[in-house]
Write a protein that binds this ligand. Structure first.
Ligand code: F0G
Length: 446
């Protein structure tokens, strides 16, 4: 079964291949990112995607219940006995006309993919189901990650389930309270570094190399295989059709990379006819991708990415002692590790990149809360970004758009309370102080 999978360097000039059973987070030959690749002729694939629907009838089998593993033929690197699941991927694609109106879309055209409904409250669980399965294949006993919060919560939950030790690295004061509380509750060893996410990311890679810990950041190519399934579920939610647009927040750029790979594989396999376009939305306070793609014109360029543009940009960040700042703490990242894979995804999906302000994010979040199921700030960047793309006429009002709402509203209660109580936001809904008096209360409500 698993002779179908191997790891391959994304750099076409290198293209080195490695066994799927190796624990590698960068190409040992050239240092670039790795992909999981498949010999598709050895995989028993469905003739059409709708054939996956029959697994709903056998969901007493945990692998058919999992929103990741019920698409297992499309991430075929693992024997069943190693597959890890805690019931991830039971997420909802909601058509939402009120939010559509806010974003100037026609009714019936906007869909919200609620990944906050995962067990740890974010999309990360899709990736962890796959990555922890690989950790089991290689016999890992200790796991680690750097995180803006959600990865740490998800890693802690899965590590605990798989009996692995777990250490998470977070930037001091940079993680929303809901996420911080989860890591502690799920028993992770939490190392709070005096620095930001990018500092944590650098440290964790060195620490993993030194101590032989299994790394669960999205550098891990097996994690991204799990995140491909978010796209399969959107297609499923649309009656096995692809939307015109996928909109996703951009942080470390794992999702956008995984989505591009998912669509390119589905197209190659003849399982979809058309690849949707993708919009990746940064916060203006953490807008490396926007700067590099829109201003410095960085492209995938058939794999010959102009490294000098990236190096110069990062050197400038260092010279300015720049640290990213946005209220959407999940995407407060200035050196995204999956940058090159994301450039490839932009090429595959004819993608665009935009940055939105914290104010736009908070207002969009309030609208998604009021009219939808709610989400955390980073997720709301999608709707704020969609508003920009509508104003520019890049997205049409009757295009079919799916926004990936990556995290649950309770992840960051402080931001929500400050927005509403502070009465500063356009859609603030503060609590009303009332005396302990029946008549006065009645007057207030009438
Ligand atoms: N949305 C949420 C809620 C996130 O937690 C993250 C990333 C993103 C979007 C960005 O996704 O990295 O795939 O571009 N959170 C990571 C973490 C960095 O550590 O929890 P990406």
């Amino acid at each position: 079964m698993t002779d179908s999978a191997y790891q391959k360097c994304i750099n076409p000039a290198c293209g080195a291949e490695f066994d799927y059973g190796q624990t590698l987070f960068k190409c040992p030959a050239c240092g670039e990112l790795l992909d999981v690749q498949y010999n598709w002729d050895k995989v028993r694939l469905p003739n059409k995607l709708s054939e996956f629907a029959k697994r709903w009838a056998s969901r007493d089998n945990p692998l058919d219940f999992s929103g990741v593993w019920r698409f297992r033929e499309l991430l075929n690197f693992c024997e069943d006995k190693y597959k890890v699941t805690i019931g991830e991927g039971q997420t909802i694609l909601q058509q939402n006309d009120a939010v559509a109106g806010y974003a100037d879309m026609h009714p019936g055209c906007l869909y919200l993919q609620y990944e906050g409904l995962n067990p740890s409250g974010s999309f990360k669980d899709n990736g962890m189901a796959a990555a922890f399965s690989h950790a089991k294949i290689v016999g890992a006993t200790s796991s680690a990650c750097a995180s803006t919060g959600n990865t740490s919560a998800s890693v802690a939950l899965y590590a605990h389930h798989c009996n692995l030790k777990c250490t998470v690295f977070i930037g001091s004061g940079r993680v929303a309270f809901g996420k911080l509380s989860q890591g502690m509750d799920y028993g992770a060893q939490t190392i709070q570094i005096r620095g930001d996410f990018d500092d944590c990311m650098r440290q964790v890679q060195d620490v993993c190399a030194e101590l032989g810990l299994y790394l669960l950041n999205s550098l891990n190519p097996f994690r991204l295989e799990g995140q491909k399934t978010i796209m399969y579920r959107i297609i499923e939610g649309l009656g096995w059709q692809v939307p015109d647009w996928i909109i996703v927040p951009g942080g470390n750029l794992g999702n956008s990379s995984a989505f591009g790979k998912a669509f390119s594989e589905l197209k190659q396999l003849g399982l979809i006819k058309q690849i949707p376009r993708m919009a990746i939305i940064n916060a203006t306070g953490a807008d490396t991708l926007t700067e590099l793609v829109n201003n410095k014109k960085l492209t995938w360029n058939a794999g010959k990415v102009e490294q000098a543009i990236i190096d110069n940009y990062y050197a400038d960040l260092t010279a300015r002692n720049f640290s990213p700042h946005t209220c959407a703490s999940a995407i407060e990242i200035s050196r995204p590790v999956n940058l090159k894979k994301c450039l490839r995804a932009i090429h595959i999906c004819n993608g665009v990149v935009r940055a939105v302000t914290d104010e736009e994010i908070c207002d969009a979040k309030a609208i998604i809360g009021k009219f939808g199921l709610g989400c955390e700030p980073a997720s709301a960047a999608t709707i704020a970004g969609l508003k920009h793309l509508r104003a520019e006429g890049i997205v049409e009002a009757d295009d079919r758009v799916a926004c990936v709402l990556t995290g649950h509203p309770l992840k960051d209660p402080n931001l929500t309370i400050n927005y509403h109580k502070g009465k500063k936001g356009k859609f603030s809904n503060p609590p009303i102080e009332a005396p302990n008096d029946f008549d006065e209360i009645i007057k207030l409500i009438k």
